[in-house]
Design a protein around this ligand. Structure first.
Ligand SMILES: [Zn+2]
Length: 219
């Protein structure tokens, strides 16, 4: 697997600091399973954070032991390998941090058709105004509506490929975009493209069709 698109320094730092949401943390963990380069960067960020902590003056403790235990329980795979291996069988090509969240294999999921050539499987039931955590199943040749973002959007490629203004994204790549990016992905693989997506707010569509479709697409 050749990984061409990586996590930004800011996302790596937020991951090491434990400040990412569970959906964002899951996507980062998926990418780290296939990218030794980002794994090394995360280890460096982790060690820098640890050194800063060691050198810090004693301060008032603002995080309780219960908070730390809860955070550890939500940490990605490497923190709880035993639980993960029991919870879900390994699925070829699906990183463990994702497969542990799926009730079935990718093709057997209860996909919901939301537009021609586009199906969705939600991994969260929160209202779309708070963002999305979902899988999209996109047929070859599908062009998504042009859009931008209010803040960070992470996309991890599970299967297939797409191209947009940023470049070509293939299995293992992660698109780590902020509010400045405006893009229009086109599915350019011969097989369906399956993408894992996490956002914190609805995307901003620039075209009329996209704006009309947004309540139905849910991203
Ligand atoms: Zn990487």
């Amino acid at each position: 697997m050749t990984v061409s698109h990586h996590l930004t320094d800011i996302t790596i730092q937020d991951y090491a600091a434990g400040t990412l949401s569970m959906p964002m943390e899951t996507l980062v963990a998926c990418h780290l399973t296939v990218c030794s380069q980002c794994r090394r960067r995360a280890e460096v960020a982790d060690s820098i954070g640890g050194n800063l902590f060691d050198q810090a003056e004693p301060a008032t403790v603002t995080v309780s032991a219960a908070d730390l235990l809860a955070r550890a329980a939500m940490a990605p795979d490497h923190a709880a390998p035993q639980t993960a291996s029991v919870a879900s069988p390994a699925q070829p090509g699906v990183p463990r941090p994702l497969s542990r969240l799926l009730p079935t294999g990718l093709e057997e999921l209860d996909w919901r058709r939301i537009a021609p050539g586009i199906k969705r499987f939600n991994l969260s039931d929160q209202h779309r105004k708070y963002g999305a955590f979902q899988l999209l199943h996109l047929d070859p040749g599908v062009t998504l509506s042009a859009h931008s973002h209010n803040d960070r959007e992470l996309t991890y490629l599970v299967q297939g490929s797409y191209s947009d203004e940023v470049g070509k994204f293939q299995v293992g790549d992660i698109a780590d975009l902020d509010g400045h990016h405006h893009h229009q992905p086109v599915i350019d693989s011969e097989e369906p493209c399956i993408a894992l997506i996490a956002t914190h707010s609805p995307v901003r569509y620039s075209g009329f069709v996209g704006k009309i479709m947004q309540p139905f697409v849910g991203i």
